[in-house]
Design a protein around this ligand. Sequence first.
Ligand code: ZN
Length: 285
Amino acid sequence: MKHREKGWAEPLRVEGMADDHTHILSLPSFAKEEGIEEISLEKVLSLSRDAGVEEILEVACEEKYFRDAAKFAQDHDGVYYALAIHPLEALKYEKAEDYREALEKMKKTMEEFPKKLSAVGESGMDFFHAPPSTLPLQKKALLDHISLSNDLGLPLQIHDHLAHRQVLEALKEGGAKKAVFHSFSGDADFARAVCEEGWYLSFSGMITFKNASEVREAFLAAPRDKILAETDAPSLTPAPFRGRPNAPWMLGYTLRFMGDLLNLPASEIAKITRENALKAYEAWR
Ligand SMILES: [Zn+2]
């Protein structure tokens, strides 16, 4: 039985989009768990391409997806990849050596598949899902990822959930060079502070949420050459489809919303965010 009200929503076609943060490898199993229409990775890609998505940055931040993400990117045009140990994943390792082993495994995968490796990420801090007492461990993992991204000359994609100040401090302490705040959730002042460092803000469907007025203000305060767009699928589905699963072919709704905020057509925001992504991610050029 299909649950239509829960299932995949219709694509919104916008010419020339780039989704700079998504987790499509998890969509097939997500669909099964949710009891909605099953979907293959090939189908996800073809629907996304038909909707106008030209580039997808697949982010694998759990050990089990590292190799699959790297290989998936090698085999598909327009698909790129990023790897990291997510801050909440880093907290799951009981022994420090297990965490270090996972980090080594991640680096080996990156060395084996240098083509299409676009970023290190997502790393950062999360004090929404984890208590303040985890700060030292989360910070240690973030600093490891900062030095890796600097060594590789790649941008670091940041996960910052109720951790703006702590993340910014750690990035400065670790001497981070290139960074992209994924699903930016700060206010206008924080947006300005991040952009002053030369870093990027990637906006997700969150910008369409009723209670996200701060994020909208941040978007309006951000320099145009620092904004990116992402889905973070299967999470953060844009309005009016909250409660349904997200997918890269839904990016058009977020771009249309962003365009409305600036009185620009969705295609123009798609162009701006895609050009910025091409600048931010060397591997895409
Ligand atoms: Zn994500």
